[in-house]
Design a protein around this ligand. Structure first.
Ligand code: PEP
Ligand code: MN
Length: 332
């Protein structure tokens, strides 16, 4: 149950009343919200005089659910908004990893050329093998900060584990929590303590329920700015890297109030399929797209097979506007 206390209830008072619930969220507008387990269906008697409204939820998808808030959340990205009633499809692009000043500068210049506001690249890579390139770490974060300064771009990068979560929070505009880190409670809880937007990727072996419950950790920690990202789940199929769960995206749009970004690059795993898949995503009416691009994918230090070269990306980007237009969405 989600219980919105009356505005005049102070935070100190809310903290006392909070023993009746599991979590207390202090909203920036001064309102406090208590969240109990979804199995609680009756408002406790002692809370009645202090309660403005309460919402019974059918599962522990609560703050993220349409049962609580019907309207899609709107998140301010600085140069534009994602979610809400904007019908924006926000393009996020860049290489899988920051590799060098030259490479990330080329990627930033592609964003500028295409009028794209967000540059994405990883610095702490959650590789499957310890012998693969692990990312440039702090040096990479500094290069991204340089790109932000030089080109006025927003940057997004991922946090791999709790050892560097504070560095990522400090340097980036949008925090990405990757598929492998989605269950990391240290990361989820830390990201709940800040207000920067968080792009939470779905683990590839994760049900939709588990995925959105991971988002609940951030929301119930006090950060309302969560964006979900579907990036493919593991199925019996091996010809493609993962299977992009578009049915799941339809579910998230119907039942949750969070903006949804799609990542066809990691789902497909091969550049040849990324443009078609991206156009299919665009046609669903989604809040954003994450596409990996590299100045020379053949020599990329991670995810080489799936990154588009710049000409492939230009052609894809060019083709998306008309699809958005057909369904009332604007490519941003
Ligand atoms: C990435 O975004 O480069 C990445 C590692 O993705 P995922 O967490 O979805 O595997
Ligand atoms: Mn990648």
């Amino acid at each position: 149950m989600v219980i919105e206390l009356k505005k005049e209830v102070s935070q100190a008072q809310a903290a006392e009343l909070g023993v009746q619930a599991r979590c207390i969220v202090f909203e920036e507008n001064g309102r406090s919200i208590l969240v109990s387990a979804s199995s609680v269906k009756e408002l406790p008697e002692v809370l009645k005089p202090h309660t403005e409204a309460f919402f019974v939820t059918s599962s522990d998808i609560q703050l993220a659910s349409k049962e609580y808030r019907k309207e899609k959340r709107e998140i301010d990205l600085g140069f534009t908004k994602i979610g809400g009633k904007n019908n924006n499809t926000v393009m996020i692009t860049g290489p899988c990893s920051v590799e060098s000043l030259e490479q990330i500068t080329q990627a930033a210049e592609l964003c500028v050329e295409r009028g794209i506001g967000i540059l994405r690249a990883g610095c702490y890579k959650p590789r499957t093998s310890p012998y693969s390139f692990q990312g440039l770490g702090l040096e990479g974060l500094k290069l991204l900060a340089l790109m932000r300064e030089k080109y006025g771009l927003k940057v997004i990068t991922e946090v791999r584990d709790a050892s560097h979560v504070d560095d990522v929070i400090e340097y980036t505009d949008i925090i990405q929590i990757g598929a492998k880190a989605m269950y990391d409670q240290g990361i989820l809880r830390r990201c709940g303590q800040v207000k920067k937007p968080v792009l939470l990727k779905r683990g590839f072996g994760t049900t939709l329920q588990e995925f959105v419950q991971a988002a609940e950790f951030i929301l119930s920690g006090g950060n309302p700015n969560v964006v979900l990202c579907e990036r493919g789940i593991r199925t019996f199929e091996t010809k493609t890297r993962f299977t992009l769960d578009l049915c799941g995206v339809a579910y998230l749009k119907e039942y949750t109030n969070l903006p949804v970004v799609l990542d066809p690059s990691h789902a497909m795993g091969y550049a040849y399929g990324v443009p078609d898949l991206t156009r299919a995503c665009m046609a669903m009416g989604i809040d954003g797209l994450l596409i990996e691009t590299h100045p020379n994918p053949k020599v990329a230090l991670s995810d080489a097979s799936q990154q588009l070269d710049f000409n492939q990306f230009r052609a894809l980007h060019e083709s998306l506007g008309v699809i958005g237009k057909a369904i009332g969405y604007k490519l941003v």
